[in-house]
Design a protein around this ligand. Structure first.
Ligand SMILES: *Cc1c(COP(=O)(O)O)cnc(C)c1O
Length: 375
């Protein structure tokens, strides 16, 4: 092979770089203090039984912090289980949907739950679709007992309000995987607000958590007591029983719980959900304002009211976004690539609570530097 000049990667001046270069939408940046929390319990919690006091106290503390952060109304409970949000979808098909569900789908994650609900023991779900980059409102459907949509559609950067569907007896079930801890909402407007901790909550994956209303508890217990076949691992009844004892059905990742507790404690100390939501809105606002200002970028989500404060998607025109992401990555600024299946000339940036708005300002300066050098 002939010897050619290796393609040189543009070096971004160190003065422009963010203090922390992780901008992923999940897994997302883990703060140093969380790692310190992990080290602090390396002999007392890690590697010890999840049926004994230290781990049960940790689970109890996570539950309490979550209830505080999310503003749990009286009677609401926090339920934990293994398997992440993807496992929760299957668990919901088995143990939360009674006859038929309705789904809002305007991206990858909303669609995945709708797909999981196409189970042989349920009637085919009612699906309200909207094109990627927008959203739609769900309407009341006669025989539906679960209404579901994502608080934040992570694949496109579209946020949707959490507002109870006025259908007596039906449950409002919200996928908050990338929203929980980054977008303010009224918990009384949902019956099930479920999520995994590797996004706004800056922990590792593998766990799901759900804030559930008394009506949801009643539903879970009723289906669990019925003759419907439910695999033990996906049993919400078993998850509820174990959570009440500060346990999970089977062994959880202890480090995930420790990282999560540390993050929740930090958020609650800083000012809770209002504070975290404000910080995310500041960060995302910097990006949206910038994308509207420059001639080579535009926010992908056309309606400002639909734009996510925690996942920012920006389309590029006349510049190769993939090349920008690649150069950023070579300089230690990572995970700005768009959601792969969206297939757009785009960057996607996580502006979760752990991200310092100053780092977002630095990221913008880095993008401008790369564009100026390559255009
Ligand atoms: C990441 C994500 C999921 C999937 O979470 P896992 O824990 O990987 O299963 C589901 N829904 C939304 C909105 C997400 O952002």
């Amino acid at each position: 092979m002939p010897v050619t000049d290796a393609p040189r990667t543009l070096e971004i001046p160190a003065a422009l770089l963010p203090a922390d270069g992780r901008f992923g939408c999940g897994p997302s940046r883990v703060r140093d203090a969380q790692i310190e929390a992990l080290v602090a319990v390396s002999r007392t919690v890690l590697g010890t039984s999840h049926r004994q006091r230290p781990v049960k106290a940790l689970v109890g503390s996570v539950k309490q912090h979550l209830a505080t952060l999310l503003g749990a109304p009286d009677g609401y409970e926090v339920v934990l289980g293994n398997g992440g949000s993807t496992a929760f979808w299957d668990a919901a098909a088995f143990g939360l949907i009674e006859h038929r569900s309705a789904h809002g789908t305007w991206g990858e994650f909303g669609s995945k739950f709708a797909k999981a609900a196409r189970a042989p023991w349920l009637a085919a779900p009612a699906v309200t679709e909207a094109p990627a980059g927008s959203r739609a409102d769900l309407e009341v459907v006669d025989d539906v007992d679960v209404y579901a949509w994502p608080h934040n559609e992570t694949s496109t950067g579209v946020a949707a309000p959490v507002r109870r569907i006025a259908a007596p007896g039906a449950l409002t079930v919200i996928d908050a995987t990338s929203a929980a801890g980054g977008i303010a909402f009224d918990a009384a407007e949902a019956d099930v607000y479920y999520f995994a901790p590797q996004k706004n909550l800056g922990s590792d994956g593998g766990l799901w958590a759900a804030l559930v209303s008394p009506a949801a508890v009643e539903r879970i217990e009723r289906i669990a007591a019925s003759d419907r076949y439910v695999p033990e691992f996906l049993s919400l009844g078993a998850a509820l029983e174990n959570s009440r004892l500060d346990q999970t059905l089977n062994t959880p990742a202890l480090s995930t719980l420790v990282l999560l507790e540390s993050q929740l404690q930090w958020m609650n100390e800083q000012g809770g959900l209002a504070w975290a939501a404000e910080r995310a809105a500041t960060s995302s606002g910097l990006l949206y304002d910038w994308a509207e200002r420059v001639d080579y970028a535009t926010p992908f989500v056309a309606d400002p009211a639909h734009r996510s404060p925690v996942v920012v998607t920006i389309d590029f025109d006349g510049v190769d976004a993939a090349a920008i992401a690649k150069t950023l990555r070579a300089n230690g600024v990572v995970d700005t690539e768009p959601y792969r299946k969206l297939g757009r000339n785009q960057l996607r940036i996580g502006t979760f609570a752990s991200v310092d708005p100053a780092d977002v300002a630095a990221l913008i300066a880095c993008i401008e530097h790369v564009v100026a050098a390559t255009r």
